[in-house]
Write a protein that binds this ligand. Structure first.
Ligand code: NAD
Length: 355
């Protein structure tokens, strides 16, 4: 398995370093023969190559079996013409990674305020209220006058159908419960179509229990009783916001694993951003990117039929749980270790064959 690693900005290099160490340890233990290839992206790439995504990188990633993208300083990248491309958008759009799968679960030994839960947010990834991915050319946010902005949201039948199908299939592999989160009372046409397609798609899955909740009410429901949810499907922006909430409810935003999946490619990416406020201090939690990498291995296992990748993914997830329970983690999840030492703790748990 050839994996491209793009460390990114801010805390990116620190958490990507910990993640590649864990990947190497998993590869050795489960004989995965993973080859890791690293390239700059974001500010480092902008300085070196005049673009946040250097030319030829897409071809390199296309030829690989998977991508691990660290967080990048997307807020800084304003002018595509000057090479300031949002790398996250670039790969999601060019590799057609239409489903963003974001699991969130609680861990023994990590106190949380809402009780135990284990759910997955499945978010549409290629259109919606993301101005940078809706148009063939240009951006779907328009400056009408100096004081008037129009932001357009694109919703298509095709994208609704494929995200609904992905969510139903995932729910059938889990506890067979699907919740559609939408705002069809206000966005009657766009979210109305999304909701209807989700309901229709679900009818083809016997035994799948489906309900739907308005996105504003969902914020209360998921805080009040998160254990009633299994798989949650939503449009792009709502899913993005909701999945940061569910990650934080599970104990920390630094725990939110995230996989962007298309038909032929997948990209592991932490749910959080580049956290410039804590960059370079060896305090960032690497678990989000480590868990995302584990999701990538599980995806590869499903596609290739090679069970050892699934075993490696499970062992990494169990190692993270064991580290949290044993207090071998960063401060945000109750430990006292730095980023590097936390990654090393996972390597040691994996190497000792305890998970
Ligand atoms: P952020 O997610 O980077 O940080 C929010 C808060 O969570 C901060 O207090 C930060 O210190 C903390 N945090 C984040 N990750 C953490 C971790 N692993 N361990 C411990 N604490 C962590 O959000 P932001 O500050 O709004 O954004 C910073 C930059 O990241 C911006 O340029 C933004 O556009 C970008 N961003 C990138 C991505 C991405 O690359 N996928 C996603 C979101 C934001």
């Amino acid at each position: 398995m050839r994996i491209v690693v793009l460390p990114g900005d801010g805390i990116g290099p620190e958490i990507a370093g910990a993640t590649t160490n864990v990947l190497r340890a998993a590869s050795a233990r489960f004989q995965l023969d993973v080859k890791i290839e690293q390239h700059p992206v974001g500010h480092e790439s902008l300085q070196q190559f005049g673009s946040t995504v250097q030319s030829g990188l897409l071809q390199i990633v296309r030829a690989a079996d998977g991508l691990i993208l660290g967080p990048t300083a997307t807020f800084d990248f304003k002018d595509e013409q000057s090479g300031e491309i949002n790398p996250s958008k670039f790969f999601r759009k060019n590799l057609d990674l239409f489903a963003n799968v974001r699991p969130a679960r609680t861990y023994p030994g990590l106190p949380n305020r809402v009780g135990e839960f284990d759910l997955v947010v499945v978010r549409e990834n290629t259109e919606g209220f993301y101005a940078d991915r809706n148009m063939e050319q240009g951006n779907s946010e328009l400056l009408v006058t100096a004081d008037v902005v129009v932001s357009l949201r694109r919703i298509t039948r095709h994208c609704c159908e494929r995200i609904a199908l992905a969510a139903c299939q995932l729910a059938m592999r889990r506890r067979k419960r699907l919740t559609v989160v939408h705002k069809a009372n206000v966005l009657k046409i766009g979210d109305g179509m999304f909701l209807e397609i989700c309901r229709q798609t679900a009818r083809a899955f016997p035994g799948l229990l489906v309900d739907d909740i308005l996105v504003d009410a969902m914020m209360a429901h998921v805080v009040r009783q998160p254990d009633r949810f299994d798989v949650i499907v939503s449009t792009n922006m709502f899913g993005d916001i909701l999945s940061d909430l569910t990650a934080e409810l599970s104990g920390s935003l630094g725990l939110g694993g995230s996989l962007n999946v298309g038909t032929d490619h997948a990209m592991a990416q932490a749910a959080h951003g580049s956290a410039p406020d804590i960059a370079g201090r060896d305090v960032a939690n690497p678990f989000s990117l480590i868990l995302s990498m584990a999701l990538l291995l599980a995806w590869h296992s499903e596609r290739s039929g090679e069970a050892r990748f699934e075993s490696a993914a499970r062992a990494i997830e169990n190692a993270v749980a064991a580290a949290i329970e044993g207090g071998q983690s960063t401060r945000d999840v109750g430990g006292s270790l730095g980023t590097t030492a936390t990654g090393q703790a996972i390597v040691e748990i994996l190497t000792s064959n305890e998970t």
